[in-house]
Write a protein that binds this ligand. Structure first.
Ligand code: SF4
Length: 259
């Protein structure tokens, strides 16, 4: 099964990275199974994983934009102690909300969050919308944050693509290179959606983020013990290889190894 997948992966490797082709079902299953098995053992214990309240999950996702998890955790707790519901956030003054947010930085975020709270209370009786389109229509909520809220609060199989997920999917399925070109990004969004095992969007997306943050890191990925190394087109990843291949196109063969 795996060898067949690797063979098909080699076919995928020969295609341009922006080609709208996906790994075959066997390879997708291998990736899903390995990722979820890894996640069951190594998942991070994060406070926003203990709730399904869309408001609290939105607060965590907005805080996590451009900010490290370690810095977000204490501020997330403090913020929710002060504004435990979307109604209480809407009723606060924007100055107070901005002051509570400090020193996280990127200070347009609390202003937008406050505006979302006010709008949600005024027009929706305090209930955040449960569709990607309506969430993205709110100022300050982009495609990633909408996908995260759909997935983590409403338990829908919605794709996500933050920096960690982008890097992981690019390295495994497209090879070394830079995932920021717009055509590649479109492909990675499609790939992120196609990979979700039906009904497992919550765990799968959390697992993608944890794996990208803990194993397939930007500068020092743990390739030598990585559970994906047998199917990963970037194994073993090195900074040199990445910087030499700026086309975003993989150019090396898949290495075999035990999982
Ligand atoms: S083998 Fe290395 S580059 Fe590939 S997914 Fe694992 S850590 Fe990332």
């Amino acid at each position: 099964m795996l060898l067949k997948s690797v063979g098909q992966l080699i076919t995928l490797r020969a295609m341009p990275s922006n080609d709208a082709h996906f790994p075959d079902p066997d390879l997708r299953r291998t990736f899903q199974q390995r990722l979820l098995r890894w996640y069951a053992r190594h998942r991070r214990d994060l406070p926003w994983r203990k709730t399904s309240d869309p408001y609290k999950i939105l607060v965590s996702e907005v805080m996590l934009q451009q900010t490290q998890v370690d810095r977000v955790i204490p501020k997330y707790k403090e913020f929710l102690r002060k504004y435990p519901s979307i109604g209480e956030l809407a009723g606060a003054s924007v100055r107070d909300v901005e002051a509570t947010w400090r020193p996280l930085g990127y200070n347009i975020r609390p202003v937008r969050l406050h505006a979302i709270a006010k709008d949600t209370v005024r027009r929706r009786g305090g209930k955040l919308p449960d569709s990607l389109e309506e969430l993205q229509a709110l100022k300050g909520i982009g495609r990633y944050t909408a996908g995260a809220v759909m997935s983590f609060a409403f338990r829908k199989d919605a794709p996500i693509l933050d920096t960690n997920v982008m890097r992981l999917l690019h390295r495994v399925f497209l090879g070394p290179g830079h995932p920021k070109r717009s055509k590649v990004l479109r492909h990675l969004w499609d790939l992120s959606a196609a990979l979700i095992p039906k009904g497992r969007g919550y765990d799968f997306n959390q697992a993608l983020m944890d794996f990208g943050a803990l194993v397939c890191t930007a500068r020092l990925p743990g390739c030598s013990t990585c559970t994906m190394r047998q199917i990963c087109l970037s194994y073993p990843w090195t900074p040199d290889r990445n910087s030499r291949n700026r086309t975003g196109r993989p150019r090396r063969s898949v290495k075999e190894g035990s999982s």
